[in-house]
Design a protein around this ligand. Structure first.
Ligand code: YH5
Length: 288
């Protein structure tokens, strides 16, 4: 039988080899733009690095570093500004932990890859001119995400015939384009892009049928943490969506996701450890 799950395989990410025999947790570190002096900026860097270290201590397998430029309604930033924001954090972390950098800009990709970034997390799936080549010339992993429209306007009127078929088809096309450009299959991750040009019902349908994406064979990342459609389900503001987020991560893993991108690493790890204990027939208890 053809292998359709990511189990028992590994993701090559620069100098790191991430075993995919259990779900991996990607911890989110937001690098907020600041309008303060150099002193303020220095503090932001230290704060982001400390946050990343805390997430690693809580059990994060990799750290996603990104600005806010991909959030719904966000404005564009120049590659120079984006790089200035993420570079000090990548530089401080990349030799110790697998660092993923949230960017769509080839110039930013080239620089952070030189600094040792293990993964490029691109919400535009390497569609910018030159982006495929920059990643192909490195040995980093890449997350190819689906988005309908652009961040500024994507949530205004998302429309699909069949959202699952359209997202799956797009992701398959981008994975094939990445492989044709020289990015090996074991460096590629696919992501349906929850909240990126999707109504609450589109997001729900994508989560319900996530196996349609995972069964294509590439590892799947699910980014559900704190997102609005979860807030709509439980009627809670962004600060009170931790339980809904953990539940959604578990449901995504149950449907074949092997990576989850989360703000709340410790409770997500606990939930996934219970999932693994129940599902892994080789699971054994540690001596203690
Ligand atoms: C993702 O899904 N998401 S940034 C709105 C929220 C909460 C969270 C308040 N980057 C993804 O996290 N990269 C982002 O409501 C991502 N997959 C990948 N690969 C948006 C975000 C968020 C937005």
């Amino acid at each position: 039988m053809k292998t359709v799950s990511a189990a028992g395989r590994a993701l090559r990410a620069g100098p790191f080899v991430l075993a995919l025999d259990r779900p991996l947790v990607m911890g989110i570190v937001n690098v907020t733009p600041d309008s303060f002096s150099d002193g303020g900026r220095f503090f932001d860097v230290r704060h982001a690095v400390a946050r990343a270290e805390q997430l690693v201590a809580e059990g994060a397998d990799l750290i996603d570093v990104g600005g806010e430029s991909t959030r719904p309604g966000a404005a564009d930033v120049s590659w120079q500004d984006e790089l200035a924001r993420v570079a000090p954090i990548v530089d401080a972390l990349a030799s110790r932990v697998p660092v993923s950098v949230d960017t769509s800009k080839p110039e930013v990709m080239r620089s952070v890859l030189r600094m040792g970034a293990a993964m490029i997390n691109d919400v535009r799936a390497l569609q910018a001119p030159g982006a495929l080549q920059v990643v192909a010339e490195s040995d980093a992993a890449v997350c190819l995400m689906h988005m309908q429209g652009l961040p500024r306007t994507m949530q205004l009127a998302p429309t699909y015939g069949d959202v699952v078929a359209e997202v799956s088809g797009f992701l398959r096309d981008r994975a094939m384009a990445a492989e044709a450009a020289g990015i090996a299959r074991d460096r590629i991750v696919l992501d349906p892009g929850f909240g990126f040009g999707k109504s609450p019902l589109h997001n729900l349908r994508l989560l319900r049928e996530l196996f349609e994406i995972s069964r294509m064979g590439w590892p799947v990342l699910a980014g559900l943490s704190r997102k609005s459609f979860l807030g709509r389900i439980v009627d809670r503001d962004v600060a009170d969506r931790q339980s809904a987020s953990v539940a959604s991560a578990l449901l995504a893993v149950e449907r074949g996701a092997t990576l989850v991108r989360v703000h709340d690493v410790a409770p997500t790890r606990d939930a996934l450890e219970v999932w693994r204990a129940v599902n892994d027939k080789e699971y054994t208890f540690d001596e203690r």
